[in-house]
Ligand binder design. Structure first.
Ligand code: SF4
Ligand code: SF4
Length: 376
């Protein structure tokens, strides 16, 4: 396993992190529960192969992920870094942060968390919930008491909001220590902000580095681009993320033992392209994408939509289908989005805000109709 300096946190983090949102499940009396036998084996194997960062959240796997992770890492808890998340929407009154944190610690059966993230925040939740309710102060208190070791955030908004969050937290006196953002070969919109975060001493983790682990179709793409032997897309996508020097850890939502073995082998091998290869590949992918009929750069300027339609996310699914031919993967993403309550065009109130802000001048509403018709 390769390890990287994790910002200024003082930690060394494994290049591969274990995302605990796709644990294998069983159905018992009509209820889905995590298959602990399988999960324990996967977690132990990942640890044995050198993975030291395990990331969960309260609602993953029907809210069973935290407990399953705690169960699986019990024997080596002190040797690994555990990360979970605080859903800002639960903060309604003083003490809610602390109560939620205690629930998470209890489920994980641990005295402390290594990284506690403000979960999936955007400018609105940062300003109106976190800053208004002084949640950073609550986090600082929990840190002083040893309940959490590092304060972090995960993020879904326009890239420049990352800078705003980092700078505002710093001026407030409770600097963010690491961040978890979307970043992969097909969605590089947060790339500049990874560099900024590193310059400010934050550790950086990418979610969705290999498209949810389903980019398994072998491709001749790399061979075409570089004149070298072909590499499976999966490996290519993984190596691309790990090849970015401003990225410390790629989180993969591993769902079986095979995947654990495959990913740990990749993260242990030569993880990076040369700088030139890396750039060539990234540029080529951008070029391919540019020729697609719907060119959404993923800049997220259209966000937030007042009714919560995650426009760049939906358009990204279309790119997977239309540009890269990964239709099954795209359909799976769409299904997942809908199942988790993601909003679609039917919720649109036609305010037009998104189209006014889109630098690509996309007819967003029309495009949403088209894209949704393909995936439904
Ligand atoms: S026009 Fe529809 S999709 Fe666009 S911001 Fe308004 S509600 Fe959201
Ligand atoms: S739809 Fe337009 S504004 Fe929204 S992410 Fe795509 S390019 Fe950016």
């Amino acid at each position: 396993m390769n390890y990287r300096k994790f910002g200024n946190t003082g930690e060394e983090i494994s290049a591969l992190g274990f995302g605990c949102m796709r644990f294998p499940e069983l159905e018992v009396d009509g209820k889905k529960i995590v298959d602990l036998d399988k999960t324990d084996e996967m977690l132990a194997k990942a640890y044995e192969q050198g993975v030291n960062y395990f990331d969960t959240a309260p609602y993953y796997c029907n809210s069973n992920s935290e407990a399953a992770l705690g169960h699986g890492v019990k024997a080596f808890r002190e040797k690994v870094l555990l990360s979970s998340k605080f859903p800002t929407e639960v903060a309604k009154k003083p003490g809610d942060f602390r109560r939620q944190l205690e629930t998470t610690l209890k489920r994980l059966d641990t005295e402390y968390l290594d990284f506690y993230h403000f979960w999936g925040i955007n400018k609105g939740s940062f300003d109106n919930i976190m800053m208004k309710q002084d949640l950073l102060k609550d986090a600082q208190l929990a840190k002083e008491e040893g309940l959490i070791r590092h304060i972090s955030f995960s993020f879904h908004d326009a890239p420049e909001v990352i800078k705003y969050i980092i700078d505002t937290s710093e001026s407030y006196g409770v600097p963010m220590e690491s961040m978890l953002v979307q970043y992969n070969l097909l969605d590089r919109s947060n790339e500049e902000m990874l560099t900024y975060a590193q310059s400010k001493g934050l550790g950086t983790v990418a979610m969705g580095p290999v498209g949810g682990g389903r980019l398994a179709a072998p491709t001749e793409l790399y061979a075409k681009l570089t004149g070298e032997k072909s590499v499976p897309t999966y490996e290519l996508a993984f190596k691309f993320v790990l090849g970015n020097p401003d990225l410390n850890c790629a989180l993969s939502g591993m769902e079986n033992l095979d995947m654990v073995m495959k990913n740990t082998a990749l993260a242990a091998g030569s993880t990076s392209f040369s700088e030139e290869e890396w750039k060539k590949l990234g540029d080529a992918m951008e070029q391919i994408k540019k020729f697609s009929e719907l060119y959404c750069t993923g800049c997220k300027y259209c966000q937030p939509c007042p009714v919560g339609i995650e426009i760049p996310r939906i358009f990204n699914m279309f790119t997977y289908h239309n540009v890269y031919g990964l239709t099954d993967h795209a359909k799976h993403m769409f299904k997942d989005y809908v199942e988790k309550g993601g909003k679609l065009r039917e919720a649109c109130v036609n305010c037009g805000m998104c189209e006014n802000k889109c630098p690509q001048h996309l007819k967003i509403r029309e495009e949403l109709d088209k894209v949704e018709a393909i995936f439904r």
